[in-house]
Write a protein that binds this ligand. Structure first.
Ligand SMILES: [Zn+2]
Ligand SMILES: [Zn+2]
Length: 213
């Protein structure tokens, strides 16, 4: 992550200001094994990547960070797992993203809001976008993205709705996920049709009964 110190410093400052208990944050590379963790996934964050094995570097507005959150006996813990992207030349390891400080601040704010909601039952306003207002930085290549491999990347969801965010357009056209908003609205339409036909038949039946008497 490179700027680990800034992540921790920002997190502890906000915990001090906004949360009633002590909280710690650690970086991990996978889901914690034990049960009892709540999760928060920051999608579509702006991140920079630098391959350790060749001169290649790139940017993405689809960086993904998973957070696991636990509050027990007045002590809170956060495990943070930034997902990586592979270098297109080397394809041997996932390179973790580095975020500018202003993006880290937004993501930590979103994390604290999620903690307040999930651990303290508070109402919190909407989370803020962490893409830095940037549009595409070249195609988002699905086979190089760890979040895509895990099926949790939102990059492809944007295709049909946000033409300004052009990452993934070469790769993802026609690959609508089963639960995408488009599909579910189609399902809602056909359900509405079935309900409408059902009530029309019932209505005709009652009219027939009334006419008969
Ligand atoms: Zn490389
Ligand atoms: Zn992806």
């Amino acid at each position: 992550m490179g700027n680990d110190r800034y992540w921790k410093q920002t997190f502890y400052e906000m915990v001090d200001r906004e949360l009633p208990h002590m909280w710690t944050i650690e970086i991990c590379n996978e889901k914690p094994n034990q049960m009892g963790w709540k999760s928060f996934t920051q999608h579509d964050a702006f991140g920079k990547y630098k391959c350790p094995d060749c001169p290649n570097s790139w940017k993405s507005i689809h960086s993904v960070i998973e957070f696991y959150i636990q509050l027990t006996n007045r002590q809170g813990r956060v495990m943070m797992n930034p997902l990586g992207q592979q270098c297109k030349n080397c394809i041997d390891q996932y390179v973790k993203p580095k975020m500018p400080n202003r993006i880290i601040t937004i993501i930590v704010q979103n994390l604290i809001k999620t903690i307040r909601k999930k651990c303290y039952g508070e109402y919190v306003p909407q989370l803020d976008p962490a893409d830095d207002g940037q549009s595409g930085h070249g195609p988002h290549i699905k086979k190089l993205c760890q979040a895509c491999h895990l099926g949790i990347c939102k990059a492809n969801v944007f295709i049909s709705h946000q033409s300004s965010k052009v990452e993934h357009c070469n790769v993802h056209i026609g690959e609508e996920k089963p639960n995408s908003p488009l599909k579910s609205s189609q399902q809602q339409d056909s359900c509405f049709c079935r309900c409408f036909c059902f009530f029309a038949i019932i209505l005709l039946y009652f009219i027939w009964i009334i006419m008969k008497h």
